[in-house]
Ligand binder design. Structure first.
Ligand SMILES: Cc1cc2nc3c(=O)[nH]c(=O)nc-3n(C[C@H](O)[C@H](O)[C@H](O)COP(=O)(O)OP(=O)(O)OC[C@H]3O[C@@H](n4cnc5c(N)ncnc54)[C@H](O)[C@@H]3O)c2cc1C
Length: 438
């Protein structure tokens, strides 16, 4: 009873203030205030629509089994990767503890032949797996893309049957990790015109000399694919080189602004001896290297979709919760205009890469088709991540809001596996019939 009286007196204490406020305030202003209070109350109970960046149901193109696998990957990324993604990105370290979870998902070599331990599943599924991983962490997708895409595809497309049987199964099982060394300190875009790293055969042993720059996973990979120019026939050859090979050293590239979790290395090869049995038997010129890049450029395009999607989804969610001028910023016309533009670009990217993978599945994919998607998706990814950051205001540059990392990572996607200019030259050559490379 005592408590009730106490509460009542506290409540009544405000009554004189309220009466004087009502007395001093214009009736129209009072109605306006009441109307605003009603709207705020309504918003508090408003349910926001679910965030969905697959607006045209591109995933509906997959089988139920494939969609189930994507669901497992999503769950793994949210439970095991998202909580540590910003921390490892900040430290520029690789979270080796996630490899056991990746092993269980069984997502390496899915498109490879069953005879080498693959599952002969569709490129469409593989593309969407890359998208799903990048949607949470683009660095982890790059680790996966370098290993399964660049390194394993080099062996699959350019290796002999014996080499495929020997090296691919442990790589599919993630027991052995791969890296791919093409770029050099002085040779990036012009890799097709002349690598400085050389190889020379003497009996059944090759001697390799030179340097490779930016090589992802190379600080810890078991096998590094090294591309080098034969001093005798001047053609590019590929080798499966053990990281422990005498004369091979790796130095981690520090202070990156993008894909900080990926361990990129400068590799130095000084009189490295590699046996003929480690030379990729079907790689006799840069044409074979280009076959690998054709496939992996599709992967980078999907990766850009995932990166853009991750940024967009986190931003949409933020705009529905962040209030300014007494209402969620998602309710402003200019915000909705930007959100609609981002979603339309993401949808265009998804349609493009889905069709690209269908062409790949039917064996009809051309270099220039892959290059066109790599350009469009990485350019769009850059724009979408930038708009995402803008919509978050100052908070957009904080890693904790899960957009800044995508913004920074989009920069590397834009440049690696052929810059925008180089991929434009590939498309330009095809549509004009004239090569403008040099
Ligand atoms: C994070 C990261 C990871 C990477 N991982 C790997 C890896 O695992 N393995 C690997 O081998 N490489 C890797 N790379 C290297 C990457 O593929 C190269 O950075 C890329 O091909 C561009 O080469 P470059 O950096 O030497 O630039 P450059 O070739 O020096 O180009 C600089 C600028 O000049 C422009 N340019 C060049 N030639 C022309 C021309 N003819 N016309 C118009 N413009 C031109 C380019 O478009 C670019 O804007 C990685 C790079 C990064 C940043």
């Amino acid at each position: 009873m005592e408590n009730i009286l106490k509460n009542l007196s506290v409540k009544l204490a405000g009554v004189p203030h309220l009466l004087s406020f009502l007395n001093d305030t214009d009736a129209d202003d009072l109605l306006l205030l009441l109307d605003q209070a009603r709207k705020i109350k309504k918003r508090r109970h408003q349910k926001f629509p679910p965030v969905n960046a697959d607006y045209y149901d591109i995933r509906g193109l997959l089988t139920d089994d494939d969609r189930q696998l994507l669901g497992k990957i999503r769950a793994f990324m949210l439970s095991d990767v998202l909580p540590i993604a910003n921390e490892y990105w900040s430290k520029a370290e690789f979270p080796f503890q996630i490899i056991s979870g990746l092993k269980k998902l069984g997502i390496c070599g899915l498109t490879f032949d069953k005879s080498v331990g693959g599952q002969a599943r569709s490129y469409l599924l593989e593309g969407m797996i890359g998208e799903e991983i990048a949607r949470t962490d683009t660095s982890i997708c790059t680790f996966w893309g370098v290993h399964c895409g660049l390194a394993m595809t080099s062996i699959d497309l350019c290796g002999s049957d014996d080499q495929r049987q020997k090296f691919l199964p442990p790589m599919i099982a993630l027991e052995k990790i791969g890296a791919f060394g093409l770029t050099e300190p002085d040779v990036g875009s012009a890799a097709s015109m002349g690598l400085k790293t050389t190889c020379k055969r003497n009996g059944d042993t090759w001697t390799i000399n030179g340097q490779k720059k930016w090589i992802g996973n190379a600080t810890f990979a078991d096998y590094i694919i090294i591309w080098a120019k034969d001093v005798d026939d001047h053609q590019v050859k590929g080798f499966i080189v053990d990281r422990e090979t005498s004369g091979l050293t790796t130095e981690k590239i520090e202070h990156k602004l993008s894909l900080r979790t990926v361990q990129n290395a400068l590799i130095t090869l000084k009189d490295c001896k590699v046996k003929e049995e480690r030379r990729l038997q079907k790689a006799n010129s840069f044409k074979e290297t280009a076959l690998v890049l054709k496939k992996t450029r599709v992967g980078v395009a999907w990766q850009a979709v995932g990166c853009a999607k991750g940024a967009y989804e986190n931003t949409l969610d933020y705009t529905m919760k962040r209030e300014q001028f007494g209402r969620p910023i998602a309710g402003f016309q200019m915000t909705q205009d930007m959100l609609a533009q981002m979603l339309s670009q993401i949808t265009a990217m998804q349609c493009m890469v889905a069709r690209l993978s269908q062409l790949q599945d039917s064996g009809k994919l051309s270099d220039e088709q892959a290059s066109l998607a790599k350009i469009f998706c990485t350019v769009s990814c850059r724009q979408i991540t930038s708009m995402s950051r803008e919509l978050m205001g100052g908070n957009g540059i904080l890693l904790s809001n899960n957009v800044g990392r995508f913004l920074a990572d989009a920069e590397a996607l834009y440049s690696y596996e052929g810059t925008k200019q180089i991929n434009s030259l590939v498309v330009g050559r095809a549509i004009t019939g004239m090569s403008a490379f040099t």
